[in-house]
Design a protein around this ligand. Structure first.
Ligand SMILES: [Zn+2]
Length: 93
């Protein structure tokens, strides 16, 4: 049995919304962020939730890969306004 089918058999209901039937297999921690293909890192997910999750994961990566000064400035402001990130270099004149 393929791993994908095993995950869907283990998680017949979407692990994100808990309502819709799982139709796809999702990486809980994206491969781009160091996740792997182990069973522990995979979950059943419905198509709408997968689309939402993928879009939210892709956003910061695309933003980072774009070299535009405007985009970089926006990213900096977002980081600067994030109360969790207090260790980054700030514009403290
Ligand atoms: Zn769902």
């Amino acid at each position: 049995m393929k791993q994908r089918a095993q995950i869907l058999a283990r998680d017949p209901v979407c692990k994100v919304c808990g309502r819709a039937a799982s139709a796809q297999v999702d990486h809980i921690k994206p491969l781009a962020q160091g996740g792997d293909d182990s069973y522990d890192n995979l979950q059943g997910i419905c198509i709408p939730c997968h689309a939402t999750k993928t879009a939210s994961e892709r956003q910061p990566i695309e933003r980072a890969s774009m070299g535009s000064e405007l985009i970089r400035r926006n990213t900096y402001e977002v980081r600067h306004n994030d109360p969790r990130n207090t260790t980054g270099p700030g514009p403290e004149h």
